[in-house]
Design a protein around this ligand. Structure first.
Ligand SMILES: NC(=O)c1ccc[n+]([C@@H]2O[C@H](COP(=O)([O-])OP(=O)(O)OC[C@H]3O[C@@H](n4cnc5c(N)ncnc54)[C@H](O)[C@@H]3O)[C@@H](O)[C@H]2O)c1
Ligand SMILES: O=C(O)C(=O)C[C@@H](O)[C@H](O)[C@H](O)COP(=O)(O)O
Ligand SMILES: [Zn+2]
Length: 364
């Protein structure tokens, strides 16, 4: 069965979760599209060939643009190579880009689509758990620079997202588990049933073809779709409202600093797991979060095989956290929980409090 989840932001679109979804693709590209460029890493080439064949059967001219694997694709150099190829092909505003791969590839493809001719049509086909539940879904695109994670990017909504669960069959087990980091995030910030499901059957939770996969993906996509529908451009707090889309950044302030220190060689979902334990300790120390919910972070994440400690130089991490996008001037801002599924902002914690939370992270 296919689930259709609407993202009701500036240009509404659907996220489809199911199997055998390629038949939906021509409809998403629309009648005006003549040429398509599929951006992909080598590992998903067989899927890209199937996509190309479906599109060729519909009379479209199809090009493939192979890029480096994983974070190596999220660079200005790779983006520039993509722009050059689109230029050579004479890609116009009636042409479209399809991102096929994990979150790194869909972030790059989205960024190329956002910037080419100031924006062309984009369809995302994520092939990792993390891409399905998060990266491909909300119109946030970007690349890394040595100074930090995703520091260059744009908001650019896709015309649609196809989450074909059968593509997970070839995903390495540790990549699937890394994606569960973002699933657990959705559980803590908005949908605790996700946590209940995982805790009810940990062995099933780590299986890409297990009985929980479809429901975990759907619930996580719904969390993201709801948040993005209300605050696509993450500007709610700037406009005097609540944290809005910033809640999806739960655990990411430290996570992105770890990724920077590790020169983007740490899996994003694993860094987010550490970052959530850190921010749970921070909220506990700040008197905002109860012990039961704080402790639950470490329990559920470690039970899934995700890391819950990180042994790195705190000052280097603090420097990384200062370039987080939630920072305003010198003011560091964190998404914390005031309780289960009660995300809120913690602004301007002292360096001492941050250091104490970091100590607690590694005290276990
Ligand atoms: N834009 C957003 O809102 C958003 C949200 C969350 C994460 N992200 C970004 O997503 C990235 C992480 O995504 P990821 O965890 O998917 O990593 P990834 O894209 O690096 O993919 C992980 C690995 O799995 C391989 N792979 C992909 N699909 C496969 C398949 N079906 N079978 C076998 N191998 C496959 C990839 O080639 C890669 O080596 C980070 O850069 C992160 O910043 C973005
Ligand atoms: O969609 C969002 O908004 C998120 O924050 C989701 C995060 O999981 C994701 O990693 C995102 O790329 C982080 O965004 P950034 O703006 O902090 O780079
Ligand atoms: Zn993330």
């Amino acid at each position: 069965m296919t689930s259709r989840i609407r993202v009701d932001a500036a240009a509404p679109y659907d996220v489809l979760v199911g199997r055998d979804l390629l038949g939906e693709l021509p409809g998403l590209l629309g009648d005006s599209t003549r040429r398509v460029s599929i951006i992909l890493p080598a590992v998903v080439k067989p899927l890209a060939m199937s996509i190309a064949s479906v599109l060729a059967d519909h009379g479209l001219e199809v090009h493939t643009l192979s890029v480096a694997d994983a974070e190596d694709a999220k660079t200005a150099k790779v983006a520039a190579l993509c722009w050059s190829q689109l230029g050579e092909l004479g890609f116009t505003r009636s042409d479209a880009i399809i991102g096929v791969g994990g979150g790194a590839t869909t972030d790059l493809a989205g960024f190329v689509a956002a910037t080419w001719l100031r924006g062309v049509r984009l369809v995302q086909i994520p092939t990792t758990l993390l891409g399905m539940v998060d990266a491909a879904v909300g119109g946030k695109t970007g690349i890394n620079i040595p100074e930090g994670k995703n520091l260059v990017g744009a908001f650019h909504e896709p015309a649609g997202v196809l989450c074909d669960l059968s593509t997970l069959a070839t995903l390495p087990a540790d990549e699937y588990v890394a994606g569960l980091g973002e699933v657990v995030k959705c559980g803590f910030i908005a949908d605790p049933v996700i946590l209940d499901l995982i805790e009810s059957d940990l062995a099933a939770a780590v299986l890409p073809d297990g009985p929980l996969t479809a429901e975990l993906v759907e619930r996580s996509v719904r969390v993201k779709a709801t948040v993005v529908s209300d605050d696509l451009t993450e500007s709610s707090a700037l406009r005097g409202g609540g944290p809005g889309r910033e809640v999806l950044n739960y655990g990411h302030t430290l996570a992105h600093a770890i990724e920077r220190v590790e020169q983007f060689r740490w899996r994003h979902g694993r860094a987010v797991a550490v970052g959530m334990v850190f921010v749970a300790e921070l909220a506990r120390l700040a008197g905002r979060l109860d012990d039961g919910t704080a402790d639950r972070h470490r329990m559920v994440l470690s039970a899934l095989g995700l890391p819950t400690t990180y042994d790195g130089d705190f000052d280097a991490l603090l420097a990384g956290m200062r370039v987080d996008k939630k920072t305003r001037g010198d003011l560091l801002r964190f998404i914390v929980l005031d309780g289960l599924a009660k995300p809120a902002l913690l602004e301007g914690p002292s360096d001492e409090l941050l250091r104490a939370a970091y100590f607690r992270l590694n005290a276990d």
